[in-house]
Design a protein around this ligand. Sequence first.
Ligand SMILES: [Zn+2]
Length: 492
Amino acid sequence: MNRYLIGPAFCALFALVQPHAVAAKDPVTPSPVSEAELRESIAVMASDDFGGREPGTPGETKTIAYIAKEFSKAGLVGAADAAAGWLAPVDLVETGPGASAFSLASPDDKPRLIGGKALLAKDDGISFYSAAPSREVVFDGIVELGSDDEPATDLADKLVILAAGDDLRTTMAEVTRLAERKPAAVLIAVGDQAAFDRATSWVGRSRTTLASQAEEGKDAITGFVTGDALNAIDQAVGRDARGGFVPTKGTIATRNTVRDYTSYNVIAKLPGRDPASGAVMFTGHWDHLGTCRPEGAPDRICNGAVDNASGIAVLIAVAKRLAQMGPFDRDIYFVATTGEEKGLLGAYALSENPPVPLDRIAVALNIDTIAIAPRDAKVAIIGRGKTDLDPAIEHVAHTLGRSIERSDEANAFIRRQDGWALAQKGVPALMVGGSFSDMKLLEFFLSGDYHGPGDELTDATPLGGAAEDADLHVALGAYFADTETYRAKPKD
Ligand SMILES: [Zn+2]
């Protein structure tokens, strides 16, 4: 028999028969998610052994291995790449301030001495910062801005000196506005050494970005200077009164430390019967802050039990139940993201390189910081009113006997969670649950243990609401993955 002859006909027949054969399977009623199940999972991820799950550390290796193993036990398949791998690489760049130098001369001039020195650096009370790996700019004059700043004053290629206000954030916002006038650099006069130390440690923290989004160094160089250092510069340029313009050239150089490393999103799939009908996606971030306190502190590890070991525990519990109940019509993706704490970086990487075209995602549900409320909390929606899915979600919540929070207060958090990265690209991305329906409870956490060593798993960690929300996500997954209950098809 020629298999090429019979193959297509057999396949066509099989395709016709298969959905009915699967549909005839007895529907599985999943067991409710219990507090004990979530507690066991959170205890692993929020243990000191996992070190606070910082990307690029041994804690990441343990975390992503644990999640992939749990997804595998649930019966999901890896969906990070064509080879059914679990791990999607996310290339990150960590930039920290290295060194900066200031001189009163352009590169081909002889430097003018400042208090006996040709170059001033941080130890001398002057320090500059840029987002780019390294910069060197020549300024063509010094302008000190007083309260009488005229927007018409030409700041292009000048070193602009600005007095610090009471609030550094306000001053930095002013720097951002001044940057539009293309100064070579803005130097903030902060006063004494203590103020200088505060400002430089605040601005000089390291920051992490996606390698694909690394800055090209178009920002204005920003610096801080003590009163003493500024006086020395004034003397060197012969400036006796503050204000006005001094036509002197100089050079500012900055160099950052740069660390490239790769972190990973964990991507799993419960294959559907009819992938052409689209996909449902669950997300939750696995990362947290790692070692977050200085040496000698009584507890140095930010374990992130609530933020967001609780969300990953729920993601795993939901995956296990949907896998027992499935397959459904649509594919269901489960994505544990990295780098949320560094600015939703794993979610942005996911949106740049998704396992399924974004316009085929019927709904994306993010699960974050879910161990907040006891049972019987109302169901709130982050993203309420932003999609046409609210009625469907309320319908599913009602079938579980849940009541609905009808205010859109929770939308205050819409940009502070991974779903935002997907929503910006047009994906119907929501967070649904009881942990943000009572703002007092949420604020109690956010103003307390949040992002500190106190976010640990204890007997008092409320898991009842998380278990109930896990059941809700099982029901939502089943509802949206079924083309009968949720008909809307992603556009072709
Ligand atoms: Zn966080």
